[in-house]
Design a protein around this ligand. Sequence first.
Ligand code: CTP
Ligand code: MG
Length: 168
Amino acid sequence: MSSVLWALWYILPAYVANASPVLVGGGEPMDGGRNWRDGRRLLGDGKTWRGFFGGIALGTLTGAVQYVITPDYYGTLKVALLLAFLLSLGALVGDLIGSFIKRRVNLPRGAPALGLDQLGFVISAMVFAYPVKTLPSGGILFLLVVTPFVHWGANYLAYRMGWKSVPW
Ligand code: CTP
Ligand code: MG
């Protein structure tokens, strides 16, 4: 398989973790409705506990399926699961950092933030996963270029499916 496909295979749990809250999220917001000292919401209603833990669970599960398909790429199931967990956790923590920044610059929940929305989660995922397994630098560069397009495509699809109210 080409290195470009391996890069997408590597990052897949982060993509799943980032996308699944749209379907499994909702309920109690993680900031409990509280404000930061600037009087604006800490994170906003778009970041919920169900989305956070649901995304980590589905992203980690993705790693188990990936291990069954390409065991040699991971070596052991433990590595595959730990990698998928760290990629998922990193993706969702990166997403929270993004929302925190958006609220600080007074962008309301759901407002687009070019760059932050499309790349924050994937950079954070790669940083979290780095101690367990990393990609050659060409693969990292490739992901930084294609992830915004994957993100836009997935969000447009979710919008057309009626899962979210804005296409970004
Ligand atoms: N979501 C969630 N919990 C999370 C992340 C996302 O429930 N931890 C759900 C919310 O319903 C959210 C949707 O997934 O509206 C889309 O996620 P995202 O685009 O990241 O959130 P936004 O609503 O755009 O909020 P923000 O402006 O804070 O990014
Ligand atoms: Mg958004």
